[in-house]
Design a protein around this ligand. Structure first.
Ligand SMILES: [Zn+2]
Length: 144
C-alpha cells in the first residue's frame, strides 16, 4: 500500500526531527532556537498529514512556540492534584504558555484530540467571508 509507505516515511522524518532537537539541546542548551525550528517543522509536517503522534512526544512540544520542553531547561514542571487525579503542569519558559495533562496516558489522548482537530480547522479556515450587514435607512416621516 502506497499510503502506508508514505506514512512510514513521514513518521521516520518526524522522529528524526524530534531526535535532532534533543541532540541540539544535549550538545548546546543555549541553542534553543535551532531545537525550536526542528520541532516546529515536525509539528508542521504532522499537522499537514494529520498524523497521530505518540502522546509522550506531544507532551514535550510547546503548543505555543513549538519549543522542545525539557524540565529544568526549557520548561518548569509541577505536580497538581485535582479531584483525586494527578496532573502535571508544564510551563514553557520561552513563551510562558502552560499546559497540563493527566498522569494517566489514556486521558491525555482524549484531551489532546479535540483541540488538535480544532487547530487544523482553524488554520484552514482563517478567512471567513462575512457579508457586511447593511442597515436600511430609517424613513423619517417628512414634516407636513
Ligand atoms: Zn512555548
Amino acid at each position: 500500500m502506497a499510503g502506508q509507505v508514505k506514512d512510514r516515511e513521514a513518521f521516520q522524518r518526524l522522529s528524526f526531527l524530534y531526535q535532532a532537537a534533543h541532540c541540539v539541546l544535549a550538545q548546546d542548551p543555549e541553542n534553543q532556537a535551532l531545537a525550536r525550528f526542528y520541532c516546529h517543522t515536525e509539528r508542521t509536517i504532522a499537522k499537514r498529514l494529520v498524523l497521530r503522534r505518540d502522546p509522550s512526544v506531544k507532551r514535550t512540544l510547546c503548543r505555543g512556540c513549538s519549543s522542545l520542553l525539557i524540565p529544568g531547561l526549557t520548561c518548569t514542571q509541577r505536580q497538581r492534584r485535582c479531584k483525586g487525579q494527578r496532573w502535571t503542569v508544564q510551563t514553557c519558559l520561552t513563551c510562558q504558555r502552560s499546559q497540563r495533562f493527566l498522569n494517566d496516558p489514556e486521558h491525555v489522548l482524549w484531551g489532546d484530540r479535540p483541540e488538535a482537530l480544532l487547530r487544523i480547522q482553524a488554520g484552514e479556515r482563517s478567512e471567513t467571508t462575512t457579508a457586511p450587514v447593511r442597515q436600511s435607512p430609517t424613513h423619517s416621516s417628512p414634516p407636513s
